[in-house]
Design a protein around this ligand. Structure first.
Ligand SMILES: *[C@@H]1O[C@H](CO)[C@@H](O)[C@H](O)[C@H]1NC(C)=O
Ligand SMILES: *[C@@H]1O[C@H](CO)[C@@H](O)[C@H](O)[C@H]1NC(C)=O
Ligand SMILES: [Zn+2]
Length: 336
């Protein structure tokens, strides 16, 4: 079992700071042009399961051209293009900065929208309605607009800045980020830091996130001899599962107590929640009431900070929450 450490940085903040500095003294690029370009990107229907990657690619390449950025497009999986742009630094030997974003968006139900999801309608209050406006075309465009401003102001980066616009994040990233990260193309970029998806900000404050909890979704399963519901005996599946549940709840409380006492932030503790319980023998009217079942199961949603001791948690699961000595097993459903 391993946790995937996902670092979601927002260097954007720095870029935006520089951007604002430049914005005040170079106003030849009015904000309406920035909005129009953003709308143009939003109007491309890159909705899963059949995103229009061709159109998105053409749009991004046109942006690259207008910014005089070097560009290349490659497919590590058929019809799943990655657009890679390059702004060479004055010292190309230093590790580079990679500004990463994905071009696909999740599906939408147009009839439930007040404006069409790919209309990018701008209302009188400045709200833009579009699927992907937050996740995450705004970030992709902010990278480009920040570079546009920096370039207009004569800024030259020391490190080479790359921008990657990749496919398929919303369906797991296997044919996007995953293949890219394993590729020689990526290795050759000599990346020192990657900035990826964060949260859009509704005001002038840009928050920097530098860590994200990983998700461990587990099923813990107990077995025990079945028996009559009237009898008291040890080691039934329910009793075995209950011991685990008590242990999980004690651990949960110990973590939550740290937060409540103000000793740790919510992001610094391991959270665990029991999200389902599965047991019992169905009957036509519900469950058989006088039978102790031979199997019982609980689902756990565990969230693990990158700073947590993952091995200690694995031991806890194997020894306390699903110990073989109590006829228990566990199954990892997903690790994110
Ligand atoms: C986006 O494109 C797909 C594939 O062509 C289509 O099925 C879907 O209806 C489009 N979505 C909207 C909201 O227009
Ligand atoms: C585990 O299962 C075995 C075999 O069914 C049984 O003999 C034993 O008592 C069980 N132990 C516990 C703790 O449930
Ligand atoms: Zn996203």
């Amino acid at each position: 079992m391993k946790t995937k450490l996902i670092l979601h940085y927002h260097l954007l903040q720095i870029f935006f700071f520089l951007y604002l500095l430049h914005f005040t003294n170079s106003s030849q690029d009015p904000s309406s042009a920035i909005i129009s370009r953003f709308q143009e990107y939003l109007q491309i229907n890159t909705s899963q399961p059949s995103p229009d990657y061709k159109k998105a690619t053409a749009f991004l390449l046109s942006q690259a051209q207008s910014l005089s950025l070097e560009s290349q497009t490659f497919e590590l999986a058929k019809n799943k293009p990655i657009v890679l742009l390059k702004w060479p630094g004055s010292n190309p030997h230093l590790p580079s900065i990679l500004l990463y974003s994905h071009t696909d968006v999740v599906p939408s139900e147009p009839e439930k929208w007040s404006h069409h999801p790919f209309g990018a309608h701008l209302d009188s209050e400045g709200n833009i309605f579009a699927r992907g406006s937050q996740d995450m075309k705004c970030v992709g465009m902010q990278y480009l607009e920040a570079i546009r401003k920096l370039k207009a102001g004569g800024f030259q980066p020391v490190r080479t800045v790359y921008l990657a616009f990749a496919a398929d994040e919303e369906i797991g990233g296997h044919d996007g980020a995953e293949k890219f990260a394993e590729s020689d193309i990526f290795k050759n970029l000599n990346v020192g830091i990657v900035l990826d998806e964060g949260l859009p900000s509704p005001n002038e404050n840009y928050r920097a996130f530098y860590a994200e909890k990983g998700a461990w979704w587990l099923a813990i399963k107990a077995k025990g001899a079945p028996g009559h519901g009237a009898k008291l005996y040890d080691n039934s599946a329910m009793e075995n599962l209950y011991k685990s549940i008590e242990s999980v709840r004690r651990f949960r409380a110990s973590q939550f107590d740290l937060v409540k006492a103000g000793l740790k932030g919510e992001g610094e503790v391991i959270s665990v929640n029991i999200v389902y319980l599965k047991a019992g023998t169905p009957s036509p009217t519900g469950f058989v009431m006088n039978l102790q079942p031979s199997e019982a199961e609980a689902g756990l949603d565990i969230r693990v900070p990158p700073t947590a001791d993952a091995e200690a948690l694995e031991r806890r699961i194997a020894e306390e929450w699903a110990p073989a000595s109590r006829n228990m097993t566990f199954e990892v459903l997903i690790i994110l």
